[in-house]
Design a protein around this ligand. Structure first.
Ligand SMILES: *Cc1c(COP(=O)(O)O)cnc(C)c1O
Length: 373
């Protein structure tokens, strides 16, 4: 049997009764769009974060897109972000007509290098879009200072960081608004697509509700500014409500899986044979993915594949090197750390219900492969 880098079936087996009950609850409710399940999830997700508002949307990409628009970002505005991210972060910036401006990432935790942000600000800069990548939060204090100095807004991309904290503060509570994805693999995952934007700004909340609903005020059926159809699905919202109650348990399970990797591979890291994830002071990692690093990454992946273990790379191509973003004008070499990482990182299997014996096989096989490279 192949061991996959991510698998929802072990979890579904455990939670099947609850998940199917969620589906039945919605089907029997008499309201299939923007009903009690979406409202309930929005209330509970906002409460989890201690923020005033949550607006459920159809996916994480549109959470970033609507978040940007709701904050007033549009054509020609520059948005500072990273190239070491999931492409949708940048697709969303492009989609509102704004211009992504990339800074490099740090060598230790692979997150936005906040020391490079001030130099990237121009008169056209309107927003900072830090990505809390892999399950860890970007250092937000320096970003807030830069934003205040230049009158910028901050949208956090929290698609990989549900429940992560930095200096005690939850991802999603440190910017002006924050975008979440509930794509099935994510730390809080639906059984299909889903997303949300959280904010404590009442105007941003109103903008978001309009934007996800064609641009209409819910009551007046009149479009002021054309928007989209970007609603969170009622069935997914009900499933997410149930799973939100288990989010802290999932995170504890992810951390236990990570601990076992540290125990099983720690000596290799000490010997310099493999780089394991680093956590900087104050960060509480939720391990959306468990990213390791080795210069002969491709050979390792290939050999593990022969042993029935399929690994993943997040991400093999930095966004600025992709064909679709050549118009931004970044040459190879422009973001050296990002580019080097893309050649060396890979992700080990990670999900809350990862069976112990599968993980042991991954550790043993990886050790064997590294010893015989
Ligand atoms: C998954 C992801 C997204 C996009 O979310 P979808 O729900 O797949 O649209 C955006 N940003 C980051 C960092 C992601 O990991």
């Amino acid at each position: 049997m192949t061991i996959r880098v991510w698998d929802y079936l072990p979890e579904y087996e455990e939670e099947q009764a609850d998940i199917l009950d969620a589906v039945r609850t919605v089907f029997e409710s008499g309201q299939l769009i923007l009903g009690e399940s979406v409202r309930g999830f929005e209330r509970e997700f906002a409460a989890y974060h201690g923020v005033d508002h949550c607006v459920g949307v159809d996916n994480g990409t549109n959470a970033v897109k609507l978040g940007l628009r709701a904050l007033g970002i549009g054509p020609g505005d520059e948005v500072i972000t990273v190239s070491n991210t999931a492409a949708p972060t940048v697709v969303a910036i492009d989609d509102v007509g704004a211009v992504p401006v990339f800074v490099d990432v740090r060598e230790d935790d692979y997150l936005m290098d906040t020391d490079q942000v001030a130099a990237a600000v121009t008169p056209r800069t309107k927003a900072l879009l830090p990505v809390h990548l892999y399950g860890q939060c970007v250092d937000m204090a320096p970003l807030r200072q830069i934003a205040d100095r230049h009158g910028l807004v901050i949208l956090e991309d929290c698609a990989q960081a549900h429940g992560a904290r930095r200096n005690g503060r939850l991802a999603g509570t440190m910017g002006d608004a924050a975008a979440f994805s509930f794509y099935p693999t994510k730390v809080l995952g639906a059984y299909g697509d889903g997303g949300a934007v959280v904010t404590s700004d009442a105007d941003v909340d109103r903008n978001l509700r309009r934007l996800r609903y064609y641009g209409m005020e819910d009551v007046y059926y009149v479009v002021a500014t054309p928007g989209y159809n970007s609603r969170l699905d009622e069935v997914q919202a009900e499933i997410l409500r149930r799973k939100l109650g288990r989010l802290d348990k999932y995170t504890a399970q992810r951390r236990a899986v990570a601990e076992r990797y540290f125990d099983g591979l720690g000596d290799l890291a000490e010997a310099g044979d493999l780089v394991l994830p680093a956590t900087t002071e104050g960060n509480e990692h939720v391990y959306y993915v468990f990213v390791v690093r080795h210069p002969r990454r491709d050979e390792i992946i290939e050999r593990l594949r022969h042993h029935g273990i399929s690994l993943n790379i997040s991400y093999p191509w930095p966004v600025h090197t992709m064909t679709g973003f050549q118009h931004l004008g970044y040459a190879r070499g422009a973001l050296p750390t990002t580019e080097r990482l893309a050649d060396e990182i890979f992700s080990l299997p990670m999900y809350p219900s990862l069976p112990r014996e599968r993980q042991d096989r991954v550790i043993d096989t990886l050790r064997e492969v590294l010893a015989t490279l």
